[in-house]
Design a protein around this ligand. Structure first.
Ligand SMILES: Nc1ncnc2c1ncn2[C@@H]1O[C@H](COP(=O)(O)OP(=O)(O)OP(=O)(O)O)[C@@H](O)[C@H]1O
Length: 387
């Protein structure tokens, strides 16, 4: 299926956001932190806010759910002017995700997720069902996680719960303020992939503040580049901004590594994956070795009963066993189809391996990608830049 078809068929449950002359003056400051900003965000789009520290991104974001009161201007959700709406009511329609999930430490995961539905007066059974559904959606087993406390979760898991909580009452708009800033690069990449998957399914309107331009390129349908006073310097697709930065300032911001940033534009799904020889745990090793040798393959991807990768041994290693071992390799480099080539390269480097196993639907093996292919992609973009 082509990219456009996917876009066309995307579900949209979000609403458009429109800002007219939105301004914030903090007391005692000469210049407004946000100076008469006009901006339109289409329903179901993910829009990334980037710009230098102190340019007003967070102030602008927090005016959308009125954690900060605007000093002037108007904010619309769809056709509705929400500038004067009661902030509590407004926040039930706008999910909010912050760094480290912002979970309440004294409440279980389930209770954290059920807060807004509880405020909306849902009955217990409906809240419990919704909680389990959301834990599933963000990739956490409800049985295992619903009764844990936040401190019993990893940073990445807390962040997933934060996303689940923001989605609990099915709000049309999601605000994300550097949600993945506090986790390690590999976890961050997984969380980004999850968000892309969830967004494909739900089609919320997402406004996302980040300091990481690669993250903006990967996640954004559009990127807004701000300068001081939240002046909009450029508002366009990642492709357009990388290809033609509007001002020298944006070019500087995009950075000298623009060629490498092209790697962030290419998804693993867009490359031709190699189809590996696979073997199921418990299969007869000799048969697998024969199969791999005939195909001229030196490695075999071992999968569990549901086609999910377990390990990636060499034919030589397998030939020393009688049946294919089920030992899970915790350091196995795995990326999803939505990951970028940049993510794939990072994962290879982190695992000191020359390739990654790529997973698709329900985490089953979709292929493998080797470092040579990533290098070829870099060389191809270099060629294009020069020519
Ligand atoms: N509560 C406040 N009182 C006074 N000034 C503030 C307040 N909050 C923010 N500012 C100022 O407003 C400007 C915009 O701040 P804001 O936090 O929105 O920027 P930002 O782009 O999100 O920055 P960063 O990327 O560093 O988070 C800054 O000059 C900041 O010092």
């Amino acid at each position: 299926m082509s990219e456009t078809t996917v876009q066309d068929q995307r579900t949209v449950s979000g609403v458009a956001i429109r800002l007219e002359g939105v301004t914030k003056r903090y007391p005692g400051q000469q210049k407004p932190a946000v100076d008469a900003v006009d901006l339109e965000i289409a329903a179901g789009e993910t829009v990334m806010f980037v710009g230098p520290s102190g340019c007003g991104k967070t102030t602008l974001l927090k005016m959308l759910n009125r954690l900060i009161e605007p000093s002037g201007g108007k904010i619309f959700l769809g056709d509705e002017d929400v500038t004067g709406q009661d902030p509590d009511r407004l926040r039930r329609r706008i999910g909010y995700v912050i760094q480290a999930g912002g979970l309440f430490p004294h409440m279980t995961v389930g209770t954290n997720i059920g807060i807004v539905p509880g405020m909306l007066g849902w009955d217990k059974k409906k809240i419990a069902e919704r909680t389990d559904e959301l834990l599933d959606l963000v990739g956490l087993d409800p049985e295992v996680y619903r009764d844990r406390y936040p401190k019993e979760l990893s940073g990445g898991q807390q962040q997933r719960v934060g996303v689940a909580r923001a989605l609990a009452a099915d709000p049309p708009v999601l605000l994300m303020d550097e949600p993945f800033g506090a986790v390690d690069p590999i976890t961050r990449q997984r969380l980004q992939d999850e968000l892309l998957r969830i967004q494909e399914e739900l089609g919320k309107t997402i406004v996302f503040v980040t300091h990481d331009f690669d993250e903006a390129v990967k996640l954004g349908d559009k990127i807004v580049v701000f300068d001081v006073g939240a002046r909009v310097v450029q508002y366009d697709t990642p492709e357009a901004i990388l290809a033609e930065p509007a001002e020298d300032y944006v070019a500087d911001f995009v950075g000298a590594g623009a060629t490498l940033k092209q790697l962030t534009l290419t998804r693993v799904a867009d490359t031709e994956l190699h189809t590996p020889i696979t073997a199921q745990v418990g299969e007869d090793s000799a048969a697998v070795v024969a199969r791999a040798t005939e195909a001229g393959e030196q490695y075999v991807v071992v999968t569990d009963g549901r086609g999910r990768p377990v390990s990636w041994p060499s034919v030589a290693e397998l030939s020393r066993t009688t049946s294919v071992p089920g030992t899970r390799d915790d350091r196995l480099p795995v990326v999803g189809l939505r990951s970028t080539l940049n993510d794939a390269l990072d994962t290879m480097l982190a695992a000191s391996q020359g390739g990654v196993v790529v997973t698709g639907r329900r985490d089953s093996v979709a292929g493998v990608l080797v470092v040579e292919q990533v290098m070829a992609a870099i060389q191809a973009t270099r060629g294009e830049t020069r020519g």
